[in-house]
Ligand binder design. Structure first.
Ligand SMILES: C[S@@+](CC[C@H](N)C(=O)[O-])C[C@H]1O[C@@H](n2cnc3c(N)ncnc32)[C@H](O)[C@@H]1O
Length: 229
């Protein structure tokens, strides 16, 4: 595992116990974005769908998915053991959840999923690995299967990019994060994350073979988007 990914894993291992408290203060419209992803899924609530949650973290998205789709079977993947432990505790009692510790880039699907979802994870995947991963994800879906994702992006315009970063800082400050913590967050973002220009991301998805690529919600640098096989 390369050093940047090791550092990301390490920091989520350390942060797992406080992740939920912290992340709601760091990510604007976190709940709304997850809900928008779920609302965009084209299934009936009683359907026995198979879902793959990439980088499930402490299980927030999977928990909401189970509420919307109580008969779903969800496979939760994350590379950080402590994040998975938190997810297991949160989702305990749900017989239909499977957990797998591993790197999403090494994914090999032995079965097809009706939908693949991910929230705030794929900005960790860099360069050529992104199209490779998207092609792999497409192969894990049946025809008509859906991929939906929440993530952070860049603007292609310098002024807008500065505005997005200012709005993000404003949000963290308004949630009571001290200036030092806000700056630490942004430093970490610079060092560990590899967001791309949003319009390019949509193009990568299309080139990987996804159809009907669309944007469900966008709030400055954060967006919910996806496509169909
Ligand atoms: C910001 S958290 C988001 C967690 C969760 N999806 C949510 O929205 O609350 C990012 C998660 O992605 C995981 N992650 C990052 N890169 C990964 C990779 N290449 N493979 C597997 N998990 C990864 C981290 O361990 C962490 O749990």
């Amino acid at each position: 595992m390369e050093n940047r990914i090791k550092a990301i894993k390490e920091h989520f291992e350390k942060e797992a116990a406080v992740f939920d408290t912290l992340f709601f203060k760091v990510m604007p419209r976190y709940e709304e974005m997850m809900q928008a992803l779920i609302d965009a899924l084209p299934f009936r609530s009683k359907d026995k769908i198979k879902i793959l949650d990439l980088g499930c973290g402490t299980g927030n998205l999977s928990q909401k998915l189970l509420l919307a789709y109580p008969n779903a079977r969800i496979s939760c993947v994350d590379m950080a053991e402590n994040m998975l432990k938190m997810a297991k505790a949160k989702l305990k009692g749900s017989r239909n959840v499977l957990f797998w510790q591993g790197d999403v880039r090494d994914l090999s699907c032995r079965e097809k999923y009706d939908c693949i979802v991910s929230s705030m994870v794929l900005h960790h995947v860099e360069g050529r690995e992104k199209p490779r991963l998207y092609r792999k994800l497409r192969n894990c879906l049946p025809k008509g299967g859906v991929f939906l994702c929440v993530d952070i992006f860049l603007s292609s315009n310098r002024h807008l990019q500065e505005l997005y970063m200012d709005k993000w800082k404003e949000f963290m400050r308004a949630n009571g994060l001290p200036e030092k913590k806000v700056n630490n967050m942004l430093r970490r973002h610079q060092k560990e994350d590899r967001p791309v220009v949003f319009t390019e991301e949509l193009e990568i998805l299309r080139r990987a073979g996804f159809k009907e690529v669309d944007v469900i919600l966008k709030h400055y640098n954060f967006a919910v988007y996806g496509g169909m096989k």
